[in-house]
Ligand binder design. Structure first.
Ligand code: FAD
Length: 412
């Protein structure tokens, strides 16, 4: 089988690339290993698909910021929004997070499905690409032994996160066979496993908090909703911190400030004032109306304070310990819930070998989306990055074709 462009992976990046190449003179094969295209998209944003954000900063992509900055200069964020408008999607903003107006992820997939319905685009589902060789274009093999010859490859197989959605990381081996470097892979945007005797009783509690992750002298902090579970903690702020947890955590711990709205330096004054207002309340009731009861009991236990003790009788040392627990409740981290539960992969194809203006890693070989060593924070940034990659690669192919096409002669 022969085509001008082979797109590997019908996820966010691959579908955007295919849609961009519709109705062109190029023949396009879109290969997807799963029985259906865009399966992961349906699970995104809790079924709503948070596909972009009105606040788009390269720094939201951590170490990849310089790469993303160059890429988003080449393909600015409004290009992606215009792309979706053009294919029929109306969006709504929820505090800057962009969702389809229908609030249904299926709408995003549907408009993409319609957009790739074009005579020049041939979709192959249940087709896993298991090998690629370069030389006078590219030759790809499928799991069933078929050979596909192509001039350009858009490599968009996703990462290693959420293997049940087609992305188990197998495809990095294809890069290594092409002598392209892949950095260490770790789960990101994932729940944290912690060790603390109070966890079973805190399970299911949600609270606003500032959560700080401490590891090897470094501290990263996030504020937002924290959710306790029997295994540890979850919530957007925990997800954001998860990329900093090493593979084998040692001396990694969280500190939780349960009153993020009060500056840490003022918590002690706040506590003393509260005690002076309610001196006769037992310690277990001192924070009623402020904190959930199970959190109060966990704090008191860690502070070594009896729950029955009259608040007004708390010694200065006990008040200091209570302040410490309110601002820096300590939870040792023993790991993450792993790739099975992660939304994104940290690590991937080293950005040093990829041109951010074209996304070529080799002449005619484009790497797109999560397979790259780039992970963004929560808020639509990972999908936006993947869509931008697909659009950029497709546009570069069209530019090359309009200016005489690619030459695969290595000596040229
Ligand atoms: C539960 C969940 C919720 C998420 N929610 C959000 C959100 O709301 N907003 C956001 O920005 N990000 C979200 N993400 C992250 C986002 O979905 C991904 O970063 C993004 O989909 C990556 O796009 P991609 O095109 O690179 O890869 P993917 O979308 O993962 O697509 C890759 C495709 O390639 C296929 N494939 C893999 N290998 C091969 C092969 N060898 N041959 C053929 N096909 C292959 C896979 O089956 C898959 O369909 C979420 C992720 C998960 C798991």
């Amino acid at each position: 089988m022969q085509s001008d462009v082979l797109i590997i992976g019908a996820g966010a990046a691959g579908l955007a690339a295919a849609a961009r190449l519709r109705d062109t003179a190029l023949t396009v094969t879109l290969a997807e290993r799963l029985p259906r295209i865009g399966k992961k998209l349906l699970s995104t944003g809790n079924g709503r698909c948070n596909f972009s954000n009105t606040d788009m900063q390269p720094t939201y992509y951590h170490e990849a910021a310089p790469f993303v900055s160059a890429l988003y200069e080449r393909t600015p964020p409004h290009t992606v929004l215009r792309f979706f408008e053009d294919i029929g999607l109306m969006s709504l903003s929820d505090e800057g997070r962009l969702y389809p107006r229908t609030n249904a992820a299926s709408s995003v997939l549907d408009v993409l499905r319609f957009a790739i319905n074009s005579p020049n685009i041939h979709v192959l589902t249940d087709t896993e690409i298991t090998g690629i060789t370069a030389g006078d274009g590219f030759t790809a093999q499928t799991q069933s032994g078929e050979t596909l010859r192509t001039k350009y490859v858009i490599f968009a197989p996703g990462g290693a996160a959420a293997p049940h959605l087609g992305t188990d990381g197998r495809s990095y081996a294809l890069l290594k066979k092409l002598n392209l470097p892949v950095t260490a892979l770790r789960p990101s945007l994932v729940q944290l496993k912690c060790r603390h005797p109070a966890l079973p009783s805190l399970k299911g509690i949600r609270t606003q908090a500032t959560v700080s992750l401490h590891h090897g002298g470094e501290t990263h902090s996030e504020t937002g909703e924290l959710l306790f579970a029997d295994y540890g903690v979850s919530g957007v702020c925990v997800f954001q911190l998860s990329r900093f947890v090493p593979e084998h955590p040692e001396n990694v711990f969280l500190t939780i400030s349960f009153l993020p709205e009060i500056p840490a330096a003022d918590t002690s004054t706040w506590l003393w004032e509260r005690i002076s207002r309610f001196p006769d309340l037992p310690a277990e009731n001192l924070f009623t109306g402020v904190l959930q009861r199970m959190i109060v009991l966990a704090i008191l236990k860690d502070a070594g304070i009896s729950r029955e003790k009259r608040s007004g009788d708390l010694s200065p040392a006990e008040r200091n310990r209570l302040t410490e627990e309110l601002t820096a409740f300590k939870l040792p981290v023993v790991g993450t819930l792993g790739m099975e539960h992660a939304q994104v992969t940290r690590g991937g194809l080293a950005l040093g070998v990829v041109n951010p203006n074209t996304l070529e890693a080799l002449p005619g070989f484009y790497a797109c989306g999560e397979v790259l060593d780039c992970d963004g924070i929560c808020g639509g940034y990972n999908l936006h990055f993947a869509f931008t990659c697909g659009i950029t690669a497709a546009d570069d192919i069209l530019t090359k074709e309009h200016t005489g096409g690619i030459t695969h002669d290595p000596s040229a």
